[in-house]
Design a protein around this ligand. Sequence first.
Ligand code: IFM
Length: 450
Amino acid sequence: MQAFQTSFSKHPFELGCATSSFQIEGAADSDGKVPSIWDSFCQQPGRIKDASDGRTACEHVLRYREDVALMAELGFRHYRFSISWPRVMDAQNRPNAAGLDFYKRLLDELAQHDITPNATLFHWDLPDHLPGGWLNRDTAYRFADYAQLIAKELGDRLPRVATLNEPWCSAYLGYDRAVFAPGGRNRSDALVAAHHLMLAHGLAIKAWRAVNPSTSLGIVLNPELCDAASASPEDEAAARMAEIERNDCFFSPLVGRDWPAPLLQQIKGAEAIRQPGDLGICAQPLDFIGLNYYTRSIATAPKTAEDAERGYTFVPPIGQAYPLTDIGWEIYPEGLSRVVERLKSQWSLPPIWITENGVADNTGLSEGSCDDRMRCDYLRSHLAQVQQLRQQGHDIRGYYVWSLLDNFEWAHGYTQRFGIVHVDYATQRRVPKASALLLQSLMRTASATN
Ligand code: IFM
């Protein structure tokens, strides 16, 4: 790939980098921050692969100036980050001035370096003190209070804000698969959580717009491209069922449409949980949608009793036609185009930002530098797909690499490195990898040709 061309549409294209609060901030209980469900989950034996936690992470709260300077040096003009709800509100759900100050200082620093912030309100670090977490309808209303606080305190400095990041992960990994906090194992609970998350999204958009109607507001989803393992009707039906759970479950409420019947059958007490008027709240007009894409999945008819409830089983890629990343995900760049095309054929979408794309490539430092070739190839091939989609007229306005820094990769702890900047967790030294330099040169050429 030569230069990344930005001239296919009338809108300037954003090439940015992304992080999230729990994964990089550390400072787990400084300045009045209260515990999140991830702080508690990490304390439970066996939950995190390397028994680590987010207490220190990348020490971003201490080192944000250095991190912003590094972004600027690499040529980034756009930065997606998330705000930690438990840092900015206390256990009585009151504003925490010291926590809010951190984000004010971060925004000052970004402004000084001419980097535009792109904020997400919820990237999984739910305050631990909220009774029942996302199983409790009240959490959706507390989220709206939090959104309104951020709109009042920071809203005039945040041009673009997403409510939730990847609610499928919060709902299903958190309440059905026990892989994420809070570690639940109940199919119906996952749907209850999914409904409350989407209700929270709608209430937050309303609350934000009441304070600051000019902010561009949206949500970040991680739609799954689910291919059937074979052409058999059973595998085809399984692939569709997987997409219903992972995609329709979240896109339907955004357009005020009821869930497909198979989802409604899986939730117990649906009438009490999904109250009249809820769908109208979920379906607030959106200014943008963020899509996170990493890989595709391959589905067969369910192979276990547990999967029978879900209606599908995911299987490893057949024949290893495509290479796997260090975390074991297939590298399938065409999937990015296919998932965008598939979603657009199903739903009417607002302008799209690719809010995350990246790869676990655990290449270490050698003589002071990191030659992360897999990541370089991955980024080139996925950016080429974005370029092609834009050339075809798809309204894709930005691409954010995941992630700026190596960081806490949830249940994998620090065993998987997604950063374009290497972090030595013992010394906190940051070293840009070859992939960071690749993006730097693409951004330089793009700005020179525009
Ligand atoms: O690290 C995560 C991020 O928090 C959400 N999207 C996927 C990334 C890689 O797993």
